[in-house]
Design a protein around this ligand. Structure first.
Ligand code: AMP
Ligand code: MG
Length: 402
C-alpha cells in the first residue's frame, strides 16, 4: 500500500474503535475513569425547603400586614425536625441548612434583625416573599438524571455521586495495553550507555501519557532480532488488546517490526503517513482484533503519533465523546518545502482578546526532543501549502498534563 495521508490514517484508525466492557468500582477509586451509567437523584435536591442563612423564619403574610416584631417560638438547628409557628406574630430562629416547616416561608438573616429577650425585630429593610429559602426539588427532582454516561469522573462528579449515595459506579474498562520498545542501541535509563548508545526514554514517556488517563500498562523492551521479537510479540498479542510499539518500523536492516507483525497475522492497515514527524508509522489489526500502533523510534515522532492518533482512539474506545478541536493563530511565518503534512512544536498562550496564539519553537528537526518540555502542542499545518503566515489559524494538538 502506498503512503496514506493524515486524514486517511485517521479514518482507518477511526474504523477500529472498540469497547472493552464495563466494571463497577468504588466511587472514591473512580476519579478519571469514564462513567458508563446515568446517575439519578435518589430524592429531591434539595430534599426539603432549606434555609440558606442563619436568622429567623416567618410567614411573609404577617410581614406584608405590617408586623415587624416577632416572638421567637423555638430555635432550630440543621438536621432537626422542622418547627411550626402557631400564629403569624411568631418566628423560628433557624440555622443555615435547616428545613422550613410549611407554616413559614421567608427567612431574614441575623444581620437584618435585632433580638431583645424573646423578640426579634426586623430593621428597615426590604423583605421579599420566599427570600433565603432554597426550595425543595429546585435543583433536581427525585428520579431526574444528575449525570450522563460517557463523562469523565471529575472531583465534582465524585462529590455528586456521594451526595446521592452512589458509592459504586459503573465505569468503562480500558484496553489492556503493552508498551513495547525496540532497539539494541537503547539501554535502560539507570544504566550508563557506551559512547554510541542511548538511554531508553520512549517507554517511560508513553507510560506517563497513559497515566494522565488513569491507565496502567506493562512495558517491555525487545532486541532487534527476528526470532526473539516474534516470540515476544506473539505472547503480547495473546495477553493484550493494544500494542504500542516504538522503533523498528523504518527502512533499516534492523527494522524488523513490520515483517514480524505480518508473520504473526497482524494485518497492515497502513505503513507510512505523509507527515513529519512520524512518517514510518505502521498500524494494523490482528485477526483476533488486537490493534498494533507501531511508531517510529524517535521520541518526537512517538509523541506526535501518540497524541494525534492513539489518544483520540483511546478516548473514543473508553466511551468519551470526542473533545472539540482546538485552534490557534500562528505568531510566526513558517516555510516547509516538503510534500508532507507538518506538525510543528508550538508554545501556546491566550492573548488579551481570548484568542489562542501559537509560537513556533526553533527545533532541530524531529530528532530534537529537548524542546518538547518547552512547548505545549503540535500545530497541524496543511499538506497543500508550503508557506504559512503569521495570523493564520490551524488546528493544534495539546500535550502535557490533561
Ligand atoms: P528506529 O525507529 O528504531 O530506527 O529508532 C530511531 C531512533 O529513535 C533511535 O536511533 C533512537 O535515537 C530513538 N529511539 C528508539 N527507541 C527509543 C527509546 N526507547 N527511547 C528513546 N529513543 C528511542
Ligand atoms: Mg531501531
Amino acid at each position: 500500500m502506498e503512503m496514506v495521508t493524515v486524514e486517511q490514517a485517521e479514518a482507518i484508525i477511526t474504523l477500529q474503535y472498540k469497547q472493552f466492557g464495563t466494571e463497577p468500582v468504588f466511587y472514591e477509586a473512580a476519579l478519571g475513569r469514564v462513567l458508563a451509567e446515568d446517575l439519578f437523584a435518589d430524592r429531591d435536591l434539595p430534599p426539603f425547603n432549606r434555609s440558606t442563612v442563619d436568622g429567623i423564619a416567618l410567614a411573609f403574610s404577617a410581614y406584608a400586614n405590617g408586623l415587624r416584631a416577632f416572638t421567637i417560638k423555638a430555635i432550630q438547628a440543621a438536621g432537626e425536625t422542622p418547627q411550626a409557628i402557631d400564629t403569624g406574630n411568631e418566628c423560628i430562629e433557624i440555622m443555615t441548612g435547616a428545613a422550613l416547616d410549611d407554616s413559614v416561608d421567608t427567612v431574614i438573616r441575623y444581620e437584618d434583625i435585632d433580638i431583645a429577650g424573646n423578640t426579634a425585630t426586623i430593621r428597615d429593610i426590604d423583605v421579599k416573599k420566599g427570600q433565603n429559602v432554597h426550595l425543595r426539588g429546585k435543583d433536581k427532582q427525585r428520579g431526574e438524571t444528575v449525570a450522563n454516561a460517557s463523562r469523565i469522573i471529575t472531583p465534582a462528579l465524585l462529590g455528586l455521586a456521594a451526595s446521592i449515595g452512589k458509592t459504586e459506579l459503573l465505569v468503562t474498562k480500558p484496553p489492556r495495553i503493552a508498551i513495547i520498545t525496540t532497539g539494541d542501541e537503547m539501554v535502560p535509563a539507570d544504566e550508563t550507555p557506551t559512547p554510541y548508545q542511548l538511554r531508553r526514554s520512549n517507554g517511560a514517556m508513553i507510560n506517563a501519557v497513559l497515566k494522565t488517563y488513569h491507565l496502567q500498562a506493562d512495558q517491555f523492551h525487545l532486541e532487534d532480532n527476528i526470532g526473539r521479537m516474534r516470540n515476544e510479540l506473539a505472547r503480547c498479542l495473546q495477553e493484550y488488546d493494544v500494542l504500542l510499539l516504538s522503533g523498528g518500523v523504518s527502512m533499516g536492516r534492523f527494522d524488523h517490526v513490520p515483517q514480524v507483525l505480518d508473520e504473526l497475522g497482524v494485518k497492515k492497515l497502513f505503513h507510512k503517513v505523509q507527515q513529519r514527524p512520524g512518517k514510518p508509522f505502521w498500524f494494523g489489526v490482528h485477526k483476533d482484533q488486537q490493534l498494533v500502533f507501531a511508531f517510529p523510534g524517535n521520541p518526537v515522532s512517538v509523541f506526535l503519533c501518540l497524541h494525534r492518533y492513539f489518544i483520540p482512539w483511546l478516548e473514543a474506545s473508553l466511551g468519551l465523546k470526542p473533545s472539540p478541536p482546538l485552534y490557534a493563530m500562528l505568531q510566526n511565518d513558517i516555510y516547509f518545502p516538503h510534500p508532507l503534512q507538518y506538525f510543528a512544536q508550538v508554545k501556546l498562550h491566550v492573548d488579551d482578546s481570548a484568542q489562542w496564539q501559537a509560537t513556533i519553537a526553533n527545533t532541530n528537526g524531529s530528532g530534537d526532543f529537548s524542546h518538547l518540555i518547552h512547548t505545549d502542542a503540535f500545530i497541524e499545518l496543511p499538506l497543500e501549502k508550503n508557506a504559512f503566515k503569521q495570523g493564520e489559524i490551524y488546528r493544534v494538538w495539546r500535550y502535557g498534563m490533561v
